[in-house]
Design a protein around this ligand. Structure first.
Ligand code: ZN
Length: 619
C-alpha cells in the first residue's frame, strides 16, 4: 500500500510549486539540502498519521506500554534523546519494523512473536532508533531534492505551513516508501549504532547476531512472511557477520541482560489475542505504475498479487477433470502441493512422500493471464517423484511438474449469445506443444478434447505423468496401470485412494513458486537461467497498447535435488525449439496465435498478467 508510483510524487511536487515562490527564498537561505529538526518532526507527525490510516495499529494497552518502555530505555542511552519518540505495534504477522522521521517507530506483532527473548526485540528497536538518531529520513528527503522532487516538500513545511499541504506531501512520501527503503550504507550504520545502543542499554549485543541468523533461516523457509525490513536491507547473514565483528571489540560486561519475564509475558499475551486480520492488501501485488516506462525492472516479487481471488474463481470454473492412471504405488501418482510435507524444500519431497506421516491430498496448480477476449489458464500437476520407464523404480527422479494450457473464450456482450467456453487446449510433452480443440471431429488438423460441464477431460499417464485428452482406452496400455482415480475440482483436497469413485481436488496458485524462483536467496531451485528481458504486448496507461518489457534476469528453473538424477523444471523454463525460453508459459496468447496460425485479429495484448506485473483494472 505504500508503494505507489514514483510518478505520483512528481505530480504532487509540481502541484505544490504554485505556492512556493515566497518560500523558496527562505529555502535557499536555510540551505536547501538541510531538513531542520522542526521540519523533520512535523514531517514525521504527518507521515505517522498517514501510516496509521493504512496500517492496523494494535490497540492493546499492555503491549503498547511494554514496547514503549523498552523503546524509551534504548532512547535514553542513544545519541539523540532530546526529541520525543513514539513506539507502536502494527497488528500484522509479517516480520517487519520501520522508523519514520522524527522518532515514530513501528514494530509488527509478527516480529515480536518471532523474537526468542527481549534482547532480540531490543536489537531491532535499537536499529530503528538508530535510523532516527542518524537522521536517515532527512537523507532520503535530500535525495529527492537532488532529483528536483523535494522542493515542494520543504516548501510545504516551511511556507505558510498549511497542515493540509504538509499532510499531502507526507502522504506522497509515505506512498513512495522512501522511509521504508533507506540506503544500504544507512542500514549498516543503523546496525552499528544499534549494536552499540543495545550494549550501552545493558543488553547482550549478540542478540542482534542471533536474530539476524534466525531471520535468514526463516526467510528461506517462509519468504512470503518478509516484507520491507528484509527486501530493502542487506542480506541478514552479512549483517550478522558485520555485527559479530563489531561487538567483538566491546569491553566485557558481566551485567548484560538477555531476557525478561515481562517479554515472555507479552509473548504469551499476544498469543492469547485474536490473530491479525488478514487484509486483501493491494501492496502485496507487484506494482504497475500508472505510467509504466517501456523498460522496467520487475518489482520485488511477493507471494500473492492483486486479483488472485478473481483468477482462482475463473480457474475453478474451467478446472479440468483428471483421470489419473494408478500403478502399484499410488503415492507416486497423486498430484500434491509442492509443500505437502510442510516445507519449501524440493530435495526431501521424494523421501517424504514415502513417510508414514504423508497424508494424501490432491491439488492442482493454476496460473492465469488474460486478454480482452480470452483467459489463458495453465493448470499443473506436481508429483514428488517422477516415474519413468516401464518399471517405475528404474529411474526415479525427484520432483515432476506437468502443465497444460486451457484457453477460454470470454462470453460475448450478450452472455446468452456466447457464454464463456473452452476454446482450445495445449499440452507440452517432450519439448513439443500439442494442440487440441473441443470435439474436433468436424474440423481437421487438430486433436480433439472432450469437454464435460465446460471442463476439459484429461488423462494423466503414470509414465512421466504426461497429460493428454482422455480417450477411454488408456488403462489398457501396458504400463502396469491398475486403475484410474477420477479427480474433479470441488475445492476440497481429498485422498482419491481412500475413497471409491470420484474424489475432489483443490486449486493452489503457482505464483508463490514463481516468487520464490525470483528470490535471489532461493532454496527451492538448484539451478536457474538468465531470461534477460522479456516483452509482451499489454494494455497500459490510458488503455493504450504498449510493449511491456520486464527484465526477468536470473530465475530459478530446476528444483533443487540431492539425487544424482536430474530434477524437474518449472513451466517457465520450458521452451519450444526456435522460441524464447518461457514463451509458452509467459506469452500464451502469442504462442497460441502461432500454433493455430491465427490472424493478427486474435488479440494477444494482455489486460492481466501477474507474472509480468500487468494487473487488471490498475490503470
Ligand atoms: Zn533499517
Amino acid at each position: 500500500m505504500f508503494r505507489k508510483s514514483f510518478a505520483s510524487l512528481a505530480c504532487a511536487a509540481l502541484a505544490l510549486t504554485g505556492g512556493l515562490s515566497l518560500a523558496s527564498h527562505d529555502l535557499l537561505g536555510q540551505g536547501i539540502f538541510g531538513l531542520s529538526e522542526e521540519q523533520e518532526l512535523e514531517l514525521g507527525k504527518q507521515a505517522a498519521a498517514e501510516i496509521e490510516k493504512e496500517e492496523p495499529i494494535l490497540q492493546d494497552a499492555t503491549v503498547t506500554r511494554y514496547i514503549d518502555a523498552l523503546g524509551q530505555a534504548l532512547v535514553r542511552t542513544s545519541q539523540r534523546s532530546n526529541i520525543p519518540y513514539t513506539f507502536k505495534v502494527v497488528d500484522s504477522e509479517a516480520v517487519n519494523a520501520f522508523a519514520l522521521p522524527g522518532g515514530y517507530i513501528y514494530v509488527n506483532r509478527g516480529l515480536i512473536e518471532a523474537a526468542s527473548n527481549e534482547s532480540e526485540l531490543a536489537g531491532v528497536l535499537a536499529h530503528e532508533v538508530s535510523h532516527v538518531v542518524a537522521r536517515h529520513s532527512a537523507e532520503q528527503v535530500k535525495k529527492l531534492q537532488i532529483t528536483g522532487l523535494g522542493l515542494g516538500i520543504l516548501g510545504a513545511i516551511l511556507g505558510d505551513g498549511k497542515a493540509a499541504q504538509i499532510g499531502n506531501v507526507a502522504s506522497q512520501l509515505v506512498a513512495t516508501g522512501v522511509f521504508l527503503k533507506y540506503s544500504r550504507e544507512a542500514e549498516r550504520e543503523a546496525d552499528r549504532l544499534g549494536a552499540q545502543n543495545l550494549y550501552d542499554t545493558g543488553y547482550d549485543p549478540r542478540a542482534m547476531v542471533t536474530f539476524f541468523e534466525k531471520l535468514a533461516d526463516m526467510r528461506q523457509r517462509e519468504p512470503n512472511k518478509f516484507e520491507t525490513f528484509f527486501s530493502s536491507h542487506p542480506d541478514p547473514r552479512e549483517r550478522a557477520e558485520n555485527v559479530k565483528d563489531l561487538i567483538s571489540s566491546f569491553p566485557y560486561r558481566s551485567d548484560l541482560r538477555v531476557d525478561s519475564r515481562s517479554f515472555q509475558a507479552i509473548q504469551r499475551h499476544l498469543g492469547s489475542l485474536p490473530p491479525p486480520v488478514k487484509r486483501v492488501d493491494s501492496d502485496t501485488a507487484p506494482t504497475t505504475p500508472g505510467a509504466p516506462a517501456p523498460d522496467e525492472t520487475a518489482p520485488v516479487q511477493r507471494a500473492t498479487y492483486r486479483g488472485e481471488e478473481q483468477d482462482r474463481a475463473v480457474a475453478a470454473r474451467f478446472a479440468p477433470v483428471f483421470r489419473v492412471g494408478v500403478t502399484a504405488n499410488p503415492r507416486y501418482d497423486l498430484p500434491v502441493k509442492f509443500d505437502f510435507d510442510g516445507d519449501w524444500r524440493a530435495d526431501n519431497n521424494a523421501a517424504n512422500v514415502e513417510s508414514s506421516n504423508f497424508r494424501p491430498a490432491s491439488y492442482v496448480y493454476y496460473a492465469l493471464s488474460e486478454t480482452s477476449d480470452h483467459y489463458f489458464i495453465h493448470y499443473g500437476l506436481y508429483f514428488p517423484v517422477e516415474n519413468e520407464g516401464a518399471d517405475q523404480r528404474s529411474q526415479p527422479r525427484d520432483n515432476d511438474m506437468e502443465f497444460c494450457l486451457v484457453v477460454v473464450e470470454k462470453e460475448s456482450t450478450d452472455p446468452r449469445d456466447r457464454p464463456a467456453r473452452v476454446a482450445a487446449l495445449e499440452t507440452f510433452v517432450d519439448g513439443q506443444v500439442r494442440r487440441f480443440i473441443p470435439n474436433a471431429s468436424l474440423l481437421g488438423g487438430f486433436g480433439s478434447v472432450s469437454v464435460e460441464d465446460g471442463r476439459p477431460v484429461l488423462f494423466v499417464h503414470p509414465d512421466g505423468h504426461r497429460m493428454s485428452p482422455y480417450r477411454g482406452d488408456e488403462s489398457r496400455s501396458d504400463y502396469n496401470i491398475r486403475g484410474e482415480a477420477l479427480l474433479r475440482y470441488t475445492g476440497r483436497a481429498e485422498d482419491p485412494f481412500s475413497t471409491r469413485g470420484d474424489s475432489g481436488y483443490d486449486l493452489t496458485p503457482l505464483y508463490p513458486l514463481w516468487a520464490e524462483a525470483r528470490n535471489p536467496q532461493a532454496q527451492v531451485y538448484g539451478a536457474g537461467q538468465n531470461f534477460g528481458r522479456f516483452s509482451v504486448e499489454a494494455v497500459g496507461y490510458r488503455n493504450r497498447t504498449q510493449t511491456r518489457t520486464v527484465d526477468l534476469g536470473n530465475i530459478g528453473t530446476t528444483f533443487r535435488s540431492d539425487w544424482r538424477h536430474q530434477s524437474s523444471t518449472a513451466p517457465w523454463a520450458w521452451s519450444e525449439e526456435g522460441q524464447r525460453p518461457g514463451e509458452w508459459f509467459l506469452d500464451p496468447a502469442g504462442s497460441l496465435r502461432r500454433h493455430f496460425n491465427l490472424s493478427q485479429e486474435f488479440v494477444a495484448t494482455y489486460v492481466h498478467h501477474p507474472f509480468l506485473g500487468v494487473e487488471r483494472g490498475s490503470f
